[in-house]
Write a protein that binds this ligand. Structure first.
Ligand code: SF4
Length: 445
């Protein structure tokens, strides 16, 4: 048996045949079904009178701006409290976003009860991380009409968690301010991922005043490295202000990091920096695209992909992360999940009961739907906002194949939460909510 490895499977055994040649992870029949369907997906119909998003009042909460000037001063160090106190309103916001919709979904008939929707407001980015295929700068961002109709439609489905996505969402900060304010007013728990280049202090004030619940601070290195421009030092000022203001506004922050083959020291340093600043961390293992991406510039000769010879070093890094978690560092991932990364890296994934298309979904910039981020580029027709067409039988058939090469943290936590009736008790104790809340990644999905 060949011991050759292939970056397309994260260092695991190479896909065989045409899939390997084309550079995607699915087998050829499923890939063809998803990318060459008989009736390709369409965008939702454009109304004669497109809707707009209301212009948010700023500040809605002028009292929360107190102490701003001091927090802007970088010479004043950030000293996080030993224990964070959450106000009752923030606890209720989390329960309203996660727990109540979850319980509702367990008692209502039918299979489509989204708890979380990823709204791709942008498919453009200001950086070029060499592992990332999730941007194409020729594609226009979401319109206000599609953004507003998406939030309204999701609200009607019972969904109350809105994860903004890109590309880089903050390429249009005014748009993001509007959509957060609109969704938060309707009771959504809103999640904002960003590389923070455009997260100037004023932008932090806008999104926080509008009601953002958590900020996914995506960073892979302390200083820029080849292929990894998402670094902390170029955005230190933005980071410092974001950290200092979290207690005033009541949002949380976590570093979202991608373990690649050449950033292991950075991952360790960033973990310590997060701990020193009282914020959490979330880890992903670098993955290549699930579907072929004709616009992806770095599919071949990619210096970020983990290879067979890196496995031991990655194992050591994961063990170090687990040690830190056991020492009390705040992390999104469970110890079990971190351990599973090692198996995934070696291509060993058992069926795990993915809930994408039932309890999670994505909305593309044009308003069409897909079950998950890895399927963003599929042309298969799963419907549009206001007219979803997810079919449990089709999803189940598809997942027999794609689950074998997928490491979606959010969907694996959803799978756990829906596994059996015992999880209702778990949810009522707050366990499922805790896991669900802390699973909100961008991404690895
Ligand atoms: S296993 Fe689930 S999340 Fe992963 S690619 Fe398949 S449908 Fe998407």
């Amino acid at each position: 048996m060949s011991t050759q490895t292939h970056p397309q499977t994260n260092g695991g055994p190479p896909p065989s045949g045409p899939a390997a040649a084309a550079g995607y992870r699915l087998d050829v029949p499923l890939h063809s079904l998803l990318t060459q369907p008989l009736t390709p997906r369409q965008a939702p119909a454009k109304p004669a009178k497109p809707k707009t998003l209301p212009t948010p009042v700023f500040p809605q909460h002028p009292e929360l701006l107190a102490g701003r000037e001091t927090d802007l001063d970088d010479s004043v160090p950030h000293v996080p409290p030993s224990k964070r106190h959450w106000r009752a309103g923030h606890v209720y916001r989390t329960a309203r976003g996660w727990l109540f919709p979850y319980l509702r979904s367990r008692v209502l008939p039918g299979d489509f009860h989204p708890l979380i929707a990823y709204l791709f407001t942008e498919w453009k980015c200001n950086l070029d991380c060499h592992y990332c295929w999730a941007f194409d700068n020729r594609v226009k961002g979401m319109t206000e009409d599609v953004g507003r109709r998406s939030v309204d439609w999701l609200h009607g489905t019972g969904c109350r968690v809105l994860a903004l996505m890109g590309g880089e969402p903050l390429l249009r900060p005014q748009y993001i301010h509007k959509i957060i304010a609109y969704a938060a007013k309707k009771g959504f728990w809103v999640y904002l991922p960003t590389n923070a280049r455009l997260l100037r202090p004023e932008v932090t004030d806008w999104v926080a005043d509008a009601g953002v619940a958590t900020v996914n601070f995506a960073v892979d290195a302390v200083d820029e490295k080849p292929g990894l421009p998402k670094a902390l030092n170029p955005v230190r000022k933005n980071f410092n202000y974001l950290c200092k203001r979290q207690y005033h506004y009541g949002y949380s922050i976590f570093f979202n990091m991608n373990i690649c083959r050449h950033n292991h020291d950075d991952i360790r340093q960033l973990t310590e920096i997060a701990h020193d600043n009282g914020i959490a961390t979330d880890y992903h293992l670098n993955e290549s695209p699930m579907l072929e991406q004709s616009h992806f510039q770095h599919a071949r000769e990619n210096e970020t992909y983990i290879r067979r010879e890196d496995w031991e070093r990655v194992d050591e890094l994961i063990d170090w992360i687990i040690e830190k978690k056991r020492a009390g560092y705040r992390m999104v991932d469970s110890v079990q999940r971190l351990q599973e990364m090692k198996q995934f890296m070696r291509g060993q994934v058992d069926p795990w009961g993915c809930r994408a298309g039932q309890n999670s979904l994505i909305i593309r910039v044009d308003g069409s739907l897909a079950p998950c981020f890895p399927m963003y580029s599929a042309t298969y027709d799963w419907g549009t906002i206001e007219h979803q067409r997810f079919d449990t039988a089709q999803l189940g058939e598809m997942k027999k194949t794609c689950e074998r090469t997928c490491f979606s943290t959010l969907n694996s936590i959803l799978a756990f939460a829906y596994k059996d009736a015992k999880t209702i008790t778990y949810a009522l104790r707050g366990g499922a909510t805790h896991d669900l809340v802390h699973s909100t990644k961008g991404w690895g999905f």
